[in-house]
Design a protein around this ligand. Structure first.
Ligand code: NAP
Length: 251
């Protein structure tokens, strides 16, 4: 039997990251659960170990290059060389342009875009050495533009450019790079958006579902299913793609 692969999922303490981590573990991978607060990773780790999988909690701020280097080195030491990376960590600091502060611009860029760059840079050497790698970056339908999200939409569009460039640079080493651009997924992040716009979350979900061709909102497992395919052995000819997982077409 071949050795189980080591996967890293950032922002995996909850939401989409937690679902992706659980799915990759059930696919047979050892999974590093990276989040800001190591203790917050416990519930994802417990879910995975209770199901018979292997998971490691790692506290790191993905926007901090030194913290990322230390985290990836620790993961390689304790779980084995990481050859699968899901850049999922994210924050929102929504505001209309005239009210958006430079700090909120920098924070969002730092977590999403610099975070994905830091993680990919630290992990790629293990992938290149293994002649196998799978990088999946969480973009968003907001990359196409969204009111109140100048920072977030720019970061998520930037992640699409990063994804394609990594695909071009790393392809010859057996490394693929793809982006998933989710639409509305039920998590704390969309609950916070509902609160910001002053709409009860259930109403927000109902209204959103009415706008979506498949007539429902997404669940974290919808993203986990797509990530599972993109990191699989069989997806080696799929690279540099942005897959909108939004219950309908986006362009
Ligand atoms: P979430 O529930 O808010 O979870 C995000 C996780 O990222 C949290 O555990 C958070 O930790 C962690 N995080 C934040 N900053 C970090 C940092 N600097 N370093 C490490 N971890 C950090 O969000 P989600 O809805 O699952 O979203 C996951 C990803 O999908 C994000 O990139 C998001 O932009 C993207 N996305 C989501 C949707 C959606 O509808 N939910 C749609 C499109 C794209 P704390 O709890 O400590 O803050």
């Amino acid at each position: 039997m071949t050795e189980a692969r080591t996967a890293i999922v950032t922002g995996a303490a909850r939401g989409i990251g937690a679902a992706v981590a659980a799915r990759l573990a059930s696919d047979g991978m050892k999974v590093a659960i990276v989040d800001l607060d190591q203790d917050a990773c416990a519930s994802t780790v417990d879910t995975i170990t209770a199901a018979g999988g292997t998971a490691l909690a790692v506290g790191a701020d993905v926007s901090d290059a030194a913290a990322v280097d230390a985290a990836v080195a620790r993961i390689a030491d304790e779980l084995g060389a990481p050859t699968v990376l899901i850049n999922n960590a994210g924050i929102l600091r929504d505001n209309l342009l005239f009210k958006m502060t430079v700090e909120d611009w920098d924070l969002v860029m730092g977590v999403h875009l610099r975070g994905a760059f830091n993680m990919a840079k630290a992990a790629q050497k293990f992938m290149v050495e293994a002649k196998f790698g799978r990088i999946v970056n969480l973009s968003s339908t907001s990359a196409l533009g969204n009111r109140g999200q100048a920072n977030y939409s720019a970061a998520k569009a930037g992640m699409q450019g990063l994804t394609k460039t990594l695909a071009i640079e790393l392809g010859k080493f057996g490394v693929t790079s793809n982006a998933i651009a989710p639409g509305f997924i039920v998590t704390d992040m969309t609950a916070a958006t509902a609160e910001r716009v002053g709409v009860p979350f259930d109403d927000f979900i109902k209204f959103s579902a009415e706008q979506i061709p498949v007539a429902r909102v997404g669940q974290p497992e919808d993203i986990a299913n797509t990530a599972s395919f993109l990191v699989s052995e069989g997806a080696g000819f799929v690279s540099g793609q942005v897959i909108y997982v939004a219950g309908g077409p986006k362009d």
